[in-house]
Design a protein around this ligand. Structure first.
Ligand code: PLP
Length: 397
């Protein structure tokens, strides 16, 4: 039985999969089982930011797998300590908690925010404000935090205490603050929600609101962090520092790891026994993530990401000039969205056509193409995708 049939028969069908089986990858290229090559502009949804099978990461995995793969968090391991220390050195944070995924990192953030106030005997201060169209994960707490109804369908009752408000609307946010709010949680750029950036003034005002009302600010940087938006963390671009930040996706370049970073103040919410994870920060994934952080945090590397992001957006804007149904080009760094406004052409059709021509892209919310290529993408590869999109779009007119 072939892989697609076997998958469909034996795996619970929760994903709308494309009929394609990949067998290998190198850099920005993926290869399918019929030996066709594809340029990857999705990177496992902003995960393989250093490209597929990056030699330095592969070496770290091989070396560590021959030494020690797992030991309980009841003991100490060097890769975990080194990873935590570099994340603290490169960010606002004072301490880190390791998990295995984005949802788990957010789960930790939600728990920390609530417990931070409960240890101060402020039991009623448990409400968390999140944004409409946000995405924070699929566990019960994180889908309750998520501001998209379709993610919650069939799972009632959701965890209580989450309030969803329109993104970038400071007046509504101000009007919704009461003494029971313990945290405001948001993505600096909403990824799944349609590649929508926070307005710089909005984030500054949210920070002030938090400071004035004894509220913790949580940034979900699971998609925006690790160089994706042209800085190591997107908050740096805004100059607005959170109390808690979550990372996952690109942190392991494909190995499962999540991290919750907390300021000196916020970390006080957790102490012995308040949270845990069997696999969190295991030596194998931590040693790979350590190499990832070392490479991505290099300032020249980040500068190149910003340049390539600008170049990419410039080329996409040229398409916008040419085709009236290209409504908007937006995003930061190499997290880019292209919104289509055309009755006949939907995102899924364009994704399929690109795939036929050897390009992997993604569509979200029906009409928005999302590009999140490996950060090592070259201008020549961007040019090839632009030519492909130009071709597809020209068939429309
Ligand atoms: N938060 C954001 C902003 C995300 O984009 C995602 C995944 O797409 C998550 C949380 C959930 O991460 P995971 O799928 O690793 O649980």
């Amino acid at each position: 039985m072939d892989t697609i049939k076997k998958t469909d028969q034996f795996i619970i069908n929760t994903y709308a999969r494309v009929q394609k089986t990949f067998v290998s990858g190198k850099g920005c290229t993926l290869v399918d089982e019929d030996n066709n090559s594809y340029i990857d502009f999705l990177a496992g949804i902003a995960v393989c930011s250093l490209g597929h099978c990056h030699p330095q990461i592969t070496k770290a995995i091989l070396d560590q797998s021959a030494k020690l793969v797992h030991v309980s968090n009841l003991f100490y391991t060097k890769p975990q300590a080194e990873l935590a220390s570099i994340l603290v050195e490169k960010s606002f944070a004072d301490k880190v908690f390791f998990a295995n995924s984005g949802a788990e990192a957010n789960e930790a953030a939600i728990k920390l925010a609530r417990r931070y106030f409960q240890v101060q005997r402020k039991k009623d201060k448990f409400k968390i404000i999140t944004m409409e169209q946000s995405f924070h994960g699929r566990t019960m707490a994180t889908l309750s935090a998520t501001g998209q109804e379709k993610i919650k369908q069939g799972f009632d009752p959701c965890l209580q205490g989450f309030i969803h408000l329109p993104f970038n609307d400071i007046d509504t946010l101000k009007a919704s603050i009461d003494p029971d709010v313990c945290a405001i949680m948001l993505e600096p750029v909403q990824g799944e929600g349609g590649v929508i950036s926070a307005d710089p003034d909005y984030l500054v005002a949210v920070r002030k609101l938090c400071d004035d009302n004894d509220i913790l600010l949580i940034f979900d940087e699971i998609q925006t962090g690790m160089g994706r938006c042209g800085r190591l963390f997107a908050y740096e671009e805004y100059g607005v520092v959170p109390d808690i930040m979550t990372l996952a996706k690109a942190l392991g370049n494909g190995l499962p790891i999540g991290a919750m970073l907390a300021s000196r103040k916020a970390k006080k919410g957790f102490d012995f026994g308040s949270h845990g994870s069997t696999f969190g920060g295991t030596p194998l994934v931590a040693s790979a993530a350590l190499e990832v952080v070392k490479i991505i945090s290099n300032l020249d590397f980040l500068e190149k990401c910003r340049q390539k992001g600008e170049y990419f957006r410039l080329q996409l804007n040229n398409l916008k000039e040419k085709y009236s149904f290209v409504k908007d080009i937006r995003g930061m760094g190499l997290l880019i969205g292209l919104e289509i406004d055309d009755a006949k052409l939907d995102g899924t059709t364009i994704v399929e056509k690109c795939l036929e021509k050897g390009f992997i892209i993604n569509a979200i919310q029906g009409k928005i193409l999302r590009f999140a290529p490996p950060l090592i993408i070259g201008e020549d590869e961007i040019d090839k995708l632009i030519a492909c999109l130009d071709n597809i779009f020209s068939e429309e007119i």
